[in-house]
Design a protein around this ligand. Structure first.
Ligand code: IYR
Length: 223
């Protein structure tokens, strides 16, 4: 390594049996996660959202520039504005822009342009990717591996919210110009997704299709 300032690092050493059982327990909890499209309006403590964002903020990322911003929306007016803008983009998607092949792929999920959950759920976390800014957020310094970094951060955000017993939905209308304006974020930031957070509605369902998970043999090769 080149000369650089460093500090010690170690982890509590688990024995193999304990490590395997913790990995399997985590897997089993993650297996319970679903993308939920029916949310209750029941409030959720702000501290959960804060902790999840802090967890996301620890994600591995390019040059430690931490190229993300999480705009947390709870006001009914702003949720309505986001819903209206998202539904307009989704209407264009479902009634024109999307290819037949794409619509066929979505059919087993039952999605459409109606997004009432954007108003019902107590929290919307609008995730922005900073193309520039560096660690000081100067708006000029080049950032690196931005999509990879923010994608990993979103995974950690969602995992933490799931661990807190909350349902999430990653909403990605495209194009996604509107959240920047609604949330008052600068041009160097690109909205990546809206993470909808809350408790599932009573009687919520998920598409059976979403339960079909590729087995380990299919998603891995061991070389
Ligand atoms: N953004 C649209 C369409 C959509 C696309 C994919 I790929 C999905 O997995 C789910 C939905 C929507 O939110 O309805």
């Amino acid at each position: 390594m080149k000369e650089h300032e460093s500090v010690p690092y170690s982890l509590p050493r688990l024995d193999d049996a304990e490590a395997v059982s913790r990995a399997e327990a985590m897997r089993d909890r993650m297996k319970q996660r679903r993308t939920c499209r029916y949310f209750s309006d029941e409030p959720v403590p702000r501290e959960i959202i804060e902790a999840a964002i802090e967890a996301a903020g620890t994600a591995p990322n390019g040059a430690n520039h931490q190229p993300w911003h999480f705009a947390v929306v709870s006001s009914p007016e702003m949720k309505r504005a986001i819903r209206e803008a998202a539904e307009e983009e989704e209407r264009n998607f479902y009634t024109g822009k999307a290819s037949e092949e794409w619509l066929d792929a979505l059919a087993p999920l039952g999605t459409d342009e109606d997004k009432p959950f954007l108003e019902t759920a107590p929290w919307l976390i609008v995730v922005f990717a900073q193309r520039k800014g560096g660690i000081e957020e100067d708006g000029k310094t080049q950032n690196y591996y931005v999509n990879e970094s923010v994608g990993i951060a979103c995974g950690m955000l969602i995992a933490t919210l799931h661990e807190a017993g909350l349902a999430t939905l990653t909403h990605t209308p495209s194009p996604m110009g509107f959240p920047r304006e609604i949330c008052g974020r600068p041009d160097v930031e690109k909205p990546l997704m809206v993470v909808v957070v809350g408790h599932p509605a009573k009687g919520a369902t998920v598409p059976a299709h979403a339960l079909k998970k590729k087995p380990l043999e299919q998603i891995s090769s061991w070389l």
